[in-house]
Design a protein around this ligand. Structure first.
Ligand SMILES: C[S@@+](CC[C@H](N)C(=O)[O-])C[C@H]1O[C@@H](n2cnc3c(N)ncnc32)[C@H](O)[C@@H]1O
Length: 320
């Protein structure tokens, strides 16, 4: 794929300015809000927004509203990505180092706040989880989407109190639950043992680098985790890497919503995900998405979406 001369010139012009190069470099790591970019660059939000608009119009980056915030990331288009990678590759990024240090600070603050939140809410997590969703309907739908099994190996990423393991674990020869929070893992251990499941391993680990072998699970679950993460697409790719040929990935999260207070009160970063966005991440990760399922709330809660995707039995190229 290539660009017309006009589009190439427009894209190069859009990239050809100091602040805009800095933005392109920052967005290489993760999607960022205008507020975060403005803080890292030390420039006002209107000024940063002008740069962002130029690059959005030129097709270099994508803008996506999320509740009252607006986030930006590199465009999904392969040609635009090639152009950005080439430009960033040529860049002697000594100046950008300071930006990346400030990005690390922003990230660290976010991670510390989220980790403290999970350590603190671990004992009440099962109650909090049911605040915004009709749990029994969601769990029945997850059960159906997982399929009857039996499963060779189930992996539950961001297992929390281990609810998905107790829901599906009895149909698995073995299961692994992974989480960053030790308090959550302790509660999961107690729940799994109470459920009489003895083939469940609970591991401390990061969803972005699970250190689990590729193509090692026939069912991978990511339940209500992605909306906390800075780079949900990377987590989807890591989850997909674990799915064996013929296996399945279930992602359960919120559909787009406007409950802004969940950011401050419960550390949510993203206010839900659109089907198109998730579908693209699943395809990019080498899986075949099935039709998404939307489960509207009983009263004034949130809609929960279940995205299922499969790795076809013959195609395990992306799993290695
Ligand atoms: C909202 S809870 C969901 C727990 C469980 N899946 C459930 O639905 O009950 C999110 C979990 O993701 C974990 N988590 C957040 N970031 C993570 C990361 N980078 N790697 C692994 N786990 C993470 C948190 O510690 C927390 O236990």
């Amino acid at each position: 794929m290539s660009l017309s001369a006009d589009r190439t010139i427009e894209a190069l012009r859009a990239a050809g300015e100091a602040t805009r190069l800095r933005v392109l470099s920052l967005l290489a790591g993760e999607e960022l809000s205008v507020m975060e970019l403005s803080r890292i660059l030390g420039q006002s939000q209107p000024r940063v927004s002008r740069h962002l608009k130029l690059m959005t119009d030129a097709g270099l980056i994508e803008r996506f509203p999320d509740g009252a915030r607006v986030f930006y990331r590199h465009a999904a288009d392969a040609t635009a990505r090639r152009l950005i990678d080439t430009v960033l590759d040529l860049l002697d990024d000594a100046e950008g180092e300071q930006d990346h240090k400030r990005l690390d600070e922003v990230r660290r603050e976010r991670d510390v706040a989220a980790a403290a939140y999970f350590e603190q809410v671990a004992p009440q997590w099962d109650r909090i989880r049911s605040l915004y969703v009709s749990e029994s309907a969601v769990e029945a739908a997850i059960d159906r989407a997982a399929g009857p099994g039996p499963f060779q190996r189930v992996v539950d990423l961001g297992t929390g109190s281990g609810r998905m393991l107790t829901l599906i674990g009895a149909r698995a020869r073995m299961a692994v639950g992974l989480d960053l929070s030790q308090n959550m893992l302790n509660i999961a251990r107690a729940n799994v043992s109470r459920a009489g499941l003895d083939k469940v391993e609970l591991r401390h680990g990061d969803i972005f680098a699970t250190r689990l072998p590729p193509a090692s699970a026939d069912l991978v679950i990511v339940h209500q985790v992605l909306h906390y993460l800075a780079d949900p697409a990377a987590a989807v790719a890591e989850a997909a890497r674990l799915v064996m040929p013929g296996g399945r990935l279930l992602i359960i999260d919120f559909a787009p919503h406007e409950m802004e207070r969940l950011r401050d009160e419960h550390q949510h970063r993203r206010l839900g995900f659109a089907d198109a966005e998730m579908g693209r991440w699943l395809v990019d990760a080498g899986l075949t998405p099935c039709a998404p399922i939307a489960l509207p709330p009983d009263t004034d809660g949130l809609t929960v979406s279940i995205w299922t995707a499969e790795r076809t039995a013959q195609s395990n190229r992306n799993a290695a």
